[in-house]
Design a protein around this ligand. Structure first.
Ligand SMILES: [Zn+2]
Length: 254
């Protein structure tokens, strides 16, 4: 049987949107940034990964996908074009309003799929604020953090970091034509951030936790295994959460 297609709200008419609201469908909201991702991955990698995960989850959990927010908080690589950078409060306020608008318009369960580490703190703060004002079920998924436990079993190396094994594998699985393995050269691209020697911009964009660990690999079969483990884990944990919300007596409170 062929897998159903994801449902994007930007492609729906109001009749279709009303039917989503009537059945209280979860809304998946991808957020990324524009940021250099080594010479082997596109600068939109964070948004693309978040979108693809949102699409997959929306199929399995009978939800819909909101338009992505592609402009996040690029920090360490802000000087490497094209980077998205502006005051943190501006991002936080604007994104908070996007979330709250969807809630006010009738989406009671919102699952933010974040693809960028620089957005993490702002998302945590704004989600707390929204959940205190509104009876909303809300989640933030920092997908690469969840994926790290699958790096060792699948690739026999330690988790990498930025533009490393995790993101490269997701891109290889979902968008193989956007990955350019020939451009990756560890001696040029790898960089280990060091608090003792801050470098702006860093000399390489593949930012690793440890030398020689978690570097990009270009094995499509292993990349698919990695993505499958990640998606199974996310689906079962989100399903468990959604079931728990349905059991709440008297519904959600702010
Ligand atoms: Zn990234």
């Amino acid at each position: 049987m062929t897998r159903p297609l994801a449902r994007f709200i930007k492609c729906m008419n109001t009749v279709e949107v009303e039917s989503l609201l009537a059945r209280e469908a979860p809304l998946f909201l991808p957020v990324g940034t524009l940021e250099a991702h080594g010479r082997h991955l596109p600068v939109g990698t964070d948004t693309i990964c978040a979108e693809k995960i949102a699409e997959e989850l929306s199929i399995d959990l009978q939800g819909a996908v909101a338009p992505s927010f592609e402009y996040g908080l690029t920090n360490m690589l802000a000087q490497t074009s094209p980077a998205s950078f502006f005051p943190e409060e501006m991002f936080e306020k604007f994104f908070e309003q996007i979330v709250e608008n969807f809630y006010i318009q009738g989406f009671k369960t919102i699952i933010i799929i974040n693809g960028h580490g620089g957005n993490k703190d702002a998302l945590k703060r704004l989600v707390r604020r929204v959940s205190r004002r509104q009876p909303i079920a809300i989640s933030v998924i920092n997908w690469w953090m969840i994926s790290e436990k699958f790096v060792k079993p699948v690739f026999n190396t330690s988790p990498g970091g930025h533009a490393a094994i995790e993101e490269t594998s997701l891109m290889l699985h979902f968008c193989p034509t956007l990955v350019d393995p020939d451009n990756y050269n560890p001696s040029v691209d790898d960089q280990i951030p060091d608090e003792g020697l801050l470098l702006f911009p860093p000399p390489g964009e593949v930012l690793l936790h440890q030398p020689g660990q978690g570097q990009p690999m270009f094995d499509c079969g292993k990349a698919s295994d990695f993505v499958r483990l990640l998606m199974e884990d996310l689906i079962s944990r989100l399903q468990h959460w959604l079931n728990a919300i349905n059991r709440l007596q008297g519904g959600l409170r702010p």
